[in-house]
Design a protein around this ligand. Structure first.
Ligand code: UDP
Length: 382
């Protein structure tokens, strides 16, 4: 009999981690999901056949940021208690709890322990001082070591960071994100016309707004390359509006407003990628994975990424894309020179990257692995 699974997620927004969850739940139609807040993820999960419930206690919880101090956490402790009780009540009716990301995990860990249900944590982050405060790192690792049956991570970089913080290595399962994107057949010129994009050399950045995602470094590089335009897709999904305003101010200050096009949150990223001359992945802190890298490889477009976290693995140390130092706008500007116009060696690299993306990062591989882990967790419980 198929195990009864409860998926738990803290947000109703859809960033990379939630896109992964939307794939992971595919074989689990008819199962349950609990979200701490409402949002587009609710409808997307329901469209995949999940019974979605929104927590009564989630309000205000998203004001707790990754590096929040105890003083910031204290006012929402009551709500956290409410969610733990809610998850516990719900978990009793299920065989396995599957927590997506950090906040959902912390509260599910206590709940699952209380009612004796196996817990899988899908960890989409690099646990390090760059991303989390000391208290949060300690709490996460302590709970992971005592309350989970498995910690799923998308890369060796994420696994190593978890272990370096004291996480038990035997808990870790490395399951790379899988992407299922049919190849786009339209040419860049056709797509630019259809999507109303500028002509001439054009690069693209496809990420939510957050300082560590490094969009500002791209603007600095653009200021050094007058002939190049840029599209920036994404929005401030998790309270990074101040950073978004800073980027908008930067394009004025650097006098590049006519060449930088903010497109907002888009649902047609693969097509936009196919239309540009290069995709830039400029994160200044290590990335646990970087779906945009694989999407760019599948879109058969050159990719320039910062050499931190999982990027080097995905791009095979530079064989499937270019790697530059994080935060170095000069290096980024020079890398842009190397991909526009496209040389024959670059075309070979693009073809190689597309083959690599299809063979290493398919959604079927990810679903095999996550579904097996869920079944094993349910079996372990019996
Ligand atoms: N993305 C999107 N619309 C946008 C910008 C980004 O759908 O306007 C998607 C992008 O295609 C990718 C995901 O958001 O699939 C970002 O995933 P990634 O792993 O690169 O970063 P994360 O948000 O998980 O830190």
């Amino acid at each position: 009999m198929s195990p009864r699974v409860l998926f738990v997620c803290h947000t109703g927004s859809v960033s990379g981690a939630e896109l992964v969850l939307l794939d992971v739940v595919q074989p689990w139609a008819g199962q349950s999901a609990l979200l701490f807040e409402d949002g587009p993820l609710n409808q997307a999960l329901a469209a995949r056949g999940l019974n979605v419930r929104i927590s009564r206690w989630g309000d205000g919880l998203n004001d707790v940021r990754r590096n929040s101090s105890f003083a910031k956490v204290a006012p929402v402790i009551g709500a956290m208690y409410g969610i733990v009780a809610e998850v516990a009540r719900f978990a009793r009716k299920h065989d396995v709890v599957y927590a997506n990301s950090q906040k959902a995990f912390v509260l599910s860990a206590i709940a699952a322990k209380l009612v004796g249900r196996p817990l899988i944590w899908h960890l989409h982050d690099i646990i390090s001082p760059a991303h989390f405060g000391k208290m949060q790192r300690r709490v996460q690792v302590l709970l992971a070591n005592h309350c989970t049956i498995k910690v799923v991570v998308p890369s060796k970089a994420a696994a190593d960071a978890f272990v370096a913080e004291g996480g038990r290595r035997e808990l870790v399962a490395i399951v790379p994100n899988g992407l299922d994107i049919s190849p786009e057949t339209q040419t860049s010129a056709e797509l630019r016309g259809e999507l109303n994009l500028p002509q001439g050399p054009l690069i693209g950045v496809f990420s939510r707004f957050a300082e560590w995602k490094g969009q500002h470094v791209v603007l600095q590089a653009l200021a050094k390359r007058p002939g190049v335009s840029c599209i920036i897709a994404g929005s401030a999904l998790f309270g990074e509006e101040a950073y978004e305003r800073r980027l908008q101010q930067m394009v004025q200050d650097l006098d590049i407003a006519d060449r930088v096009h903010f497109l907002g949150q888009r649902s047609d990223v693969p097509r936009l990628m196919r239309a540009v001359d290069a995709v830039i992945h400029p994160s200044i802190d290590p990335e646990p994975f970087g779906r945009t890298l694989v999407e760019a490889m599948l879109a058969e477009v050159p990719v320039i990424a910062t050499d931190a976290g999982a990027a080097s693995d995905i791009l095979e140390g530079g064989k499937a894309g270019m790697l530059v130092l994080p935060g170095d706008s000069d290096a980024l500007a020079q890398a842009i020179d190397k991909v526009i116009p496209r040389s024959s060696e670059l075309v070979e690299q693009i073809n190689y990257a597309a083959i690599r993306a299809r063979s290493h990062y398919g959604v079927a591989q990810m679903l095999d692995a996550t579904s097996r882990l869920i079944r094993q967790a349910a079996g372990d419980q019996a």
